[in-house]
Ligand binder design. Structure first.
Ligand code: PXG
Length: 300
């Protein structure tokens, strides 16, 4: 096809844009969109496994909560978005993949006022994602704490999954510059919040702990699944404020996220966690998560 860049795939992807499935080359948004000009919008990252969309309802609920927090009216109902996600996967033959759902404030004027944007834009992309190298899932990841602190809840509440991800990106830059894949972010009070795109857990004895949402963690959908699995395994789950000392002295540590799934952590700021191998509870949580993702979810 003349004039079209080779995209590395054998067919052109269909992208859902404002109610229609369009060719990826025609999926364009305005340079006046406040999503672009100001990072004004919200998003979700969702996965499909084995012909099912995992935790679709939970992701759509969170999208609506994020939108409500920024006073953004999504021009579709939750059911319509749910059907559109399924249709976009089907149109691209996705049975295992990654869905990026984005709602921007829409086109407006060169000025902050969001109320001048009358038509929010809904975008759904169904593709693939690999966040971390395969070997890290076997051997575990090495993390560092970085200087950029998590946004204060009264600045941009980290519970909002907004298009304004610079806070996380600055932390990611610090991690990558130092030779690491992921960073631990502390909140302005000095407690552990989470990583740049994943929630963080530790296990000590029979007790599993993860920072509370008010420490600056996203209400992670994988986080909740990991909590449910841990309860099934007989662990006691609590959400205390955690310091770096607590992390260094944990028996086990792991990260959760839709894209990351469940990632074992074996070193933090040069301190070996447990015996330096993915821990036994972590492995059981990884296995159970894999069972759940391949057997539950909205059928495609
Ligand atoms: N914390 C933050 C800051 C996130 O952005 C999570 C935790 C994990 O939440 P879920 O609900 O996914 O368990 C996220 C989610 C990406 C990407 O493209 C990032 C996320 C999800 C999917 C893709 O890097 N982050």
């Amino acid at each position: 096809m003349a004039g079209r860049a080779y995209t590395g795939r054998y067919f052109y992807m269909k992208v859902f844009l404002n109610g229609e499935l369009v060719d990826q080359n025609d999926a364009k948004v305005s340079v006046f969109d406040h999503g672009l000009l100001y990072g004004d919008g919200v998003f979700e990252g969702i996965r499909a496994y084995n012909g099912r969309v995992f935790k679709l309802k939970e992701h759509i609920d969170r999208l609506f909560y994020s939108a409500k927090a920024i006073l953004l009216d999504i021009p579709m109902t939750a059911d319509e978005i749910s059907r559109a996600v399924v249709e976009t996967c089907q149109a691209n033959g996705i049975r295992d993949g990654y869905v990026r759902l984005v709602v921007t404030r829409g086109p407006g004027t060169l000025g902050l006022n969001p109320f001048k944007c009358k038509n929010p834009v809904v975008i759904i992309i169904a593709d693939k994602i690999q966040l971390y190298p395969e070997q890290m899932y076997r051997d575990g990841m090495d993390l560092i704490t970085v200087p950029t602190t998590r946004n204060h809840q009264n600045a941009i509440n980290p519970a909002i999954k907004s298009l304004n991800y610079l806070n996380n990106i600055l932390a990611k830059i610090e991690a990558v510059n130092a030779g690491y894949e992921e960073a631990i972010m502390l909140n302005p009070a000095g407690y552990v919040a989470e990583c740049t795109g994943d929630n963080l857990f530790i296990i000590k004895g029979q007790s599993m702990m993860t920072p509370p949402l008010e420490a600056g963690a996203l209400y992670g959908i994988t986080r909740q699944t990991a909590i449910d699995i841990a309860v099934e395994l007989g662990l006691t789950v609590t959400e205390p404020n955690l310091t770096r000392y607590d992390l260094y002295n944990a028996d086990e540590c792991f990260l959760t996220g839709t894209a990351a799934e469940v990632m074992p952590v074996v070193k933090i700021d040069g301190r070996t966690i447990g015996n330096g191998q993915p821990g036994p509870y972590t492995r059981r949580i990884v296995d159970r998560y894999s069972d759940l993702t391949s057997t539950t979810g909205e059928p495609l």
